[in-house]
Design a protein around this ligand. Structure first.
Ligand SMILES: CC(C)(COP(=O)(O)OP(=O)(O)OC[C@H]1O[C@@H](n2cnc3c(N)ncnc32)[C@H](O)[C@@H]1OP(=O)(O)O)[C@@H](O)C(=O)NCCC(=O)NCCS
Length: 463
């Protein structure tokens, strides 16, 4: 990894080191930052591998020259083993074509009425955007972290459409809705590591073309593919609550209530509707994020709090007992703390053996916290060990929830006290009802293992 420094440029505006010592410490800081970052994203890379994400975005992304940055991020996701279906819109391009050909826009019920001339404009616009996207994907991504990555992209007649028909006396003509998605063919392409690109046009079995909305195509494709995520890159920040704050996460039930309240209007309401549709149809999560934020897709997927709104079918955060599948996640959580001496080192083997002792907190499929209980039944006392909350989730009460869970487990086993051995977290425990105790207060078996060099404090709590 020595070539790393050649590949990763110094952050813009970083001061030039004035001497060798400064240069070394700057390097050390950069290395530490890099390692921290790599470790923080590792659980996501693991969790996302082999998953299917549908990413929908409007033609505005192409119009505003944001395409290359998005394509580089998509290439990165693909390189991590995520299967991607891209769905593009083409609204500004359709408007452009229509005004070029002198065709008037007509709307009703929040939809465009597509007459024969408007359909020609929609076809031209979709073709133009599709070609721009294919060109961006084919260019080898120069000057990006994904330089020389080659991605094969497939587009085709994956979408069957039907006409919207006549609503309240208004004939929508060539405006359509998705009737069917050819999920098998898409899956086949994804399985051979191809990126699938869908346009907002569909065809009826009689060969007629219909103008569709990007959101309809994206949500229908996500449902048909049983995708793990659907992400809408939008002109909005995400969904906003009554206090005008960004809603970071919400359950499907709450999303439905928000929709019913009628307070989310316009485009945001449309994204909300299709996110609800996707989650109801079995898609794990729907994300609504701004397209204007450089790297927004990566930030949403790889940061605990994300940057937009995430809607999920089930409760996102769960506190539960660990299973053998959690061994890797627990090791990822505790290893940095073992390295810096906060926790006593335990190997994979020991975690595997003791996995039943652990409780974990999981968020969106990734572990963010753990703690273990070791019971000394004869003395009716238990040790809480390995209490860890990942740095990005600290300060939101997860540590306290884990402590309560361990206390519950201890009570259920008839224990009357729990203790911890700590070198750096004394005040956290004192604030939560622990009091200082002595090594002599430990159960006999634990006392014999006490490490006198480490000089950990013994803190005890009556249950
Ligand atoms: C200790 C730890 C588990 C707390 O997790 P958490 O989810 O942040 O805890 P909570 O959200 O319930 O509590 C946060 C509070 O604890 C405080 N806190 C965090 N670490 C602390 C420490 N080492 N000493 C004293 N207080 C601490 C925070 O400042 C915050 O205070 P506030 O509520 O007044 O703002 C977490 O900081 C951690 O994993 N630390 C590293 C591992 C460790 O020390 N484990 C204990 C080994 S014995």
């Amino acid at each position: 990894m020595n070539s790393q420094t050649d590949l990763v440029p110094a952050p813009a505006g970083a001061p030039a080191p004035s001497n060798a010592a400064e240069s070394v410490s700057q390097h050390d800081a950069q290395h530490a930052q890099f390692v921290d970052w790599m470790r923080s994203v590792a659980p996501y890379i693991h969790a996302f591998q082999g998953k299917t994400f549908v990413v929908g975005f409007g033609g505005e992304v192409v119009h505003q020259n944001l395409l290359n940055a998005l394509v580089a991020d998509i290439a990165l996701l693909q390189a991590m083993g995520i299967q991607i279906v891209l769905v593009h819109g083409s609204r500004p391009q359709v408007e452009e074509q229509m005004s070029l050909h002198g065709v008037e826009s007509e709307f009703s019920h929040g939809m465009r009425i597509t007459n024969a001339r408007a359909l020609e404009s929609a076809k031209e616009a979709a073709g133009e955007v599709r070609l721009d996207i294919e060109a961006a994907i084919s260019q080898g991504l120069p000057n990006t972290p994904m330089a020389h990555a080659h991605i094969s992209v497939v587009s085709g007649n994956f979408v069957t459409a039907r006409p919207v028909g006549i609503l309240d006396g208004v004939d929508f003509q060539h405006t359509g809705v998705v009737r069917k998605i050819d999920a098998d063919s898409i899956r086949h392409s994804l399985a051979s590591r191809k990126l699938v690109l869908l346009s907002p046009l569909g065809f009826s079995p009689t060969g007629e073309a219909f103008n569709l909305s990007m959101e309809d195509v994206a949500s229908a494709a996500a449902i048909a593919l049983r995708a793990d995520k659907i992400v809408f890159l939008t002109e909005t920040q995400g969904l906003i609550n009554e206090e005008n704050e960004l809603i970071r996460e919400m359950s499907l039930d709450d999303a439905y209530k928000l929709q019913e309240s009628g307070t989310v209007l316009g485009d945001a309401g449309f994204y909300l509707k299709h996110s609800i549709r996707a989650c109801r149809g079995g898609v794990g999560r729907a994300h609504i994020i701004p397209y204007s934020l450089d790297g927004g897709l990566l930030l949403e997927l790889f940061l605990h709090d994300g940057v937009g709104t995430m809607i999920s079918y089930e409760n996102l955060e769960s506190l539960r007992e660990a299973t053998p599948d959690d061994v890797g996640g627990i090791l990822t959580l505790i290893e940095p703390l073992e390295t810096d001496g906060t926790l006593v080192r335990r190997g994979r083997h020991q975690i595997e053996r003791d996995i039943d002792h652990f409780s974990v907190i999981e968020h969106d499929g990734v572990l963010f916290g753990c703690a273990a209980l070791y019971a000394y039944s004869q003395e009716r006392i238990g040790e809480m060990a390995c209490l860890t909350v990942s740095p990005e989730a600290q300060g939101s009460g997860d540590g306290e929830r884990l402590l309560r869970r361990i206390e519950q487990r201890a009570r259920a086993r008839g224990l009357t006290r729990i203790f911890v051995l700590t070198t750096r977290t004394e005040h956290w425990f004192l604030k939560r009802g622990f009091v200082k105790a002595n090594v002599d207060d430990l159960p006999e078996d634990r006392r014999r293992l006490y490490n006198w060099q480490r000089k950990s404090l013994v803190l005890m709590k009556q249950l």
